[in-house]
Design a protein around this ligand. Structure first.
Ligand code: SF4
Length: 227
């Protein structure tokens, strides 16, 4: 797992070396310290951390390097899948690009599957093969990354995509402004969670019945009574 804020997710009392080797020690991966320390050096190189930082502490690193330590910890035990929870949202834009490129390279190199959680749609578009749109804790649409941007079917997905700024002055697309309240995730009520804000709602079915996720086209799933 890679967390959103690398500053609060790394133990401030542990050095870079300690942070990376912690998982080796917990899982008793190496019998000899020398082998373990060599592997720490290898992983630091893979994620682009200079060997001189091996004894540094999180507060001595900038945001990008801290997140590289978080990524190093995540790949240390050769996982098949990594959950990345908003891994670049706490970073400067220039550093975001570096971390995304690193994640891209590691995915190819180690044949990794990422579950990438994000709010920034430009980041989502850059990293994803398939995209699931969530609303108040429930998945409302799932399809491949091209289709979701070209042909979003759920009204919430359409509103999200309409909010992406376009650099083309001639191509003026309507921005969908959402009004209405967001229901409580603890007790969202019986109908569709998007009902109070949906311009396409159908009464009374949308208010009374929660829509099921259905495959409306091959590989394209939507939870909406309109589809
Ligand atoms: S189920 Fe109804 S309220 Fe919910 S998104 Fe679809 S049309 Fe809108």
């Amino acid at each position: 797992m890679v967390f959103q804020d690398p500053f609060s997710s790394l133990n401030p009392r542990m050095s870079v070396s300690d942070l990376i080797k912690e998982s080796f020690d917990i899982h008793k991966v190496y019998k000899k310290e020398k082998d373990r320390d060599e592997r720490v050096s290898e992983i630091m190189e893979v994620v682009g951390l200079s060997p001189r930082l091996v004894n540094s502490y999180p507060h001595e690193l900038d945001g990008g390097r801290r997140q590289r330590v978080g990524i190093a910890r995540a790949i240390a035990l050769n996982p098949k899948c990594i959950v990345l929870d908003e891994p670049v949202s706490a970073l400067d834009v220039s550093v975001q690009a570096q971390i995304l490129n690193l994640l891209d390279r590691l995915q190819d190199e180690f044949k990794l599957t990422y579950l990438f959680i994000a709010h920034d749609l430009s980041v989502v578009k850059h990293v994803s093969d398939r995209i699931a749109v969530m609303y108040v804790g429930k998945m409302v649409e799932l399809t491949d990354y091209k289709t979701i941007f070209k042909e979003p079917l759920h009204p919430y997905s359409r509103a999200l995509i309409s909010a992406i700024p376009t650099p083309n002055l001639k191509k003026k697309e309507e921005r969908i402004i959402l009004e209405g309240d967001v229901p409580s995730p603890i007790n969202p009520g019986p109908g569709c969670r998007f009902y109070p804000r949906c311009r396409d709602r159908i009464d009374p079915v949308c208010k009374e019945t929660e829509p099921e996720m259905r495959e409306v086209k091959p590989g394209h799933f939507v939870a909406c009574h309109r589809e």
